[in-house]
Design a protein around this ligand. Sequence first.
Ligand code: IDP
Ligand code: MG
Length: 148
Amino acid sequence: MDKSLVLIKPDAIQRGLAGEIISRLENRGLKLVAMKMIQMDVALAQKHYAIHKGKAFFEELVNFITSSPIIAVVLQGENAIQIIRKTMGDTDPAKALPGTIRGDLGIDIGYNLIHGSDSQANAVKEIDLFFSADEIHDYCKDVDKWIS
Ligand code: IDP
Ligand code: MG
C-alpha cells in the first residue's frame, strides 16, 4: 500500500477549497491516515522544495507556500501516488484536463492549489518532513476488504 504526502496549499485555504480538494481524494477511495494544519516556515519550505532550488520561481514558491497556513495530509491506498497525481492534473492549471483538481479549480501555475508526492522515494522523505511516526494512523476500513 502506497502512502503519499498531499499539501493543501495557501491559495486553496484562502479560497475555501480545502474540503472540496480533500473530498475529491477521499472519494477516489484513498484513506486519510494523517492530517494537520500548519504554517510552514522558510526552513521547512526550502527542504520540501529543495529539488527546485536555483530555479527562477524558487523564491516566489517559498514565499507563497509560507504565506498562510496549509493542510498537510497523508493518504494511503493501492497506487496512491499515481492516483493522486492524476487527480491533481498537470502542474500548470492551464494545461490540466477538466475533471482534475487543477483543471477544474485553478488558472495559474503559481497558485495551483495542491502538492502531491511524485514518487515512492519522495513520498517517504516528504511524509517524514511533516509527520512523526505516531501521527500516522494505522486503521482498517471495512470497505478495504471489498477492494483489496
Ligand atoms: P508539481 O507541484 O506538479 O509536482 P513541480 O514541477 O514539482 O510541480 O513544481 C513545484 C511547484 O512549483 C508547482 O506546483 C508550482 O506551484 C511551482 N511552479 C512550478 N513551475 C513553475 C513556474 O514555471 N512558475 C511558477 N511556479 C512554478
Ligand atoms: Mg513536484
